[in-house]
Design a protein around this ligand. Structure first.
Ligand code: SF4
Ligand code: SF4
Ligand code: SF4
Length: 298
């Protein structure tokens, strides 16, 4: 944890948004705030944000930040050095998006190890560092590398959450956090009993249209929905985004507090209701967004 941020509300907070291993969707989500982003920018002194301007952070030895936001997971030696340097130079470090908070999709590489994945991609590459950057043995979440002051999961975080975060930073204040699950915000009707003991597959053509499904909880209908073990927030104050489209939650906000492993959480819920996991081709895929923190043991 860095030193306290100044309470002087007239001072603009020096900030940079730095990209590690991710898809740039978090940056795109910030940009999609549109006009309100311009307003929010007025409270910040934005030093580097690669989607907006081609400027490198840490350009001078004296540059120090009030906030550094990192998107993406830590996968290379260069990224590790950047994060460590950022920690030395910033009062607050914010992990933005599920890649930064839990490893996200890049951390699926941990099932094999980064070196093995690099060989799969390019068999002629003998080792990382020759053509590709020097990989770490595993993809890491930000808090495995440095102390992180604020974790903001979401793939990407919802616009409302991003706006609230940037606004809070502009006023140098704290940001409220919550700990509810996707189910807590879901309008689908739960009856406390499952209609099937075998999970139904989401195959093209087999998924019933929303008109047929009605408003019954998808999990109770036999579709694997990770709502019970996934942190709420994607729909802001409204219904969760996927459920709005009658699509099961895939867990992109990462686990609810107290559940560090979404696969184990779901297995417990399903076995309580006598539902078999047999129909599931790749159970490890239930942790597809949270592969850092040693979730996949090889
Ligand atoms: S959290 Fe999602 S949107 Fe953000 S960088 Fe990672 S994959 Fe992309
Ligand atoms: S399991 Fe899925 S469909 Fe059912 S209430 Fe939770 S989020 Fe909604
Ligand atoms: S419903 Fe689940 S998978 Fe869909 S956006 Fe929300 S948290 Fe992510």
């Amino acid at each position: 944890m860095g030193p306290p941020i100044s309470e002087d509300k007239t001072k603009r907070a020096r900030t940079a948004i730095l990209w590690l291993s991710g898809c740039a969707g978090c940056e795109a989500a910030i940009l999609s705030l549109g006009r309100s982003l311009i307003q929010l920018y007025q409270g910040l002194l934005m030093d580097a944000f690669f989607l907006v301007e081609d400027r490198l952070p840490f350009s001078s030895q004296d540059t120090h930040y009030d906030y550094l936001l990192f998107t993406g997971a830590v996968a290379t030696e260069g990224q590790l050095a950047l994060v460590e340097e950022g920690r030395r130079r910033s009062k607050r470090i914010i992990a933005l998006g599920t890649c930064a908070t839990h490893g996200g999709i890049p951390a699926m590489a941990n099932r094999l190890g980064l070196g093995e994945v690099a060989k799969e991609i390019n068999p002629s590459t003998k080792r990382s560092g020759s053509v590709l950057p020097k990989f770490l043995p595993d993809v890491l979440a930000l808090d495995e590398v440095v102390t992180v002051d604020l974790l903001v999961p979401g793939c990407p975080p919802s616009p409302k959450e991003l706006k609230g975060l940037l606004k809070a930073m502009g006023h140098m204040g704290p940001r409220p956090t919550g700990g509810k699950s996707v189910c807590d915000h879901c309008p689908m009707e739960r009856q406390g009993r499952f209609e099937t003991k075998i999970l139904r597959r989401l195959l093209p053509g087999s998924y019933p249209p929303s008109a047929t499904l009605g408003n019954r909880c998808l999990l109770e209908e036999g579709f694997l929905c990770l709502g019970p073990v996934t942190l709420a927030g994607c729909g802001a104050d409204g219904p969760p985004l996927c459920l709005k489209a009658h699509v099961p939650c895939r867990g992109c906000y990462g686990p609810v507090p107290g559940c560090h492993n979404q696969l184990l959480g779901m297995a417990t819920i399903l076995s309580t209701h006598g539902v078999s996991l047999e129909g599931l081709l790749d159970p490890g895929g239930l942790n597809r967004f949270i592969g850092a923190h040693g979730i996949y043991t090889r």
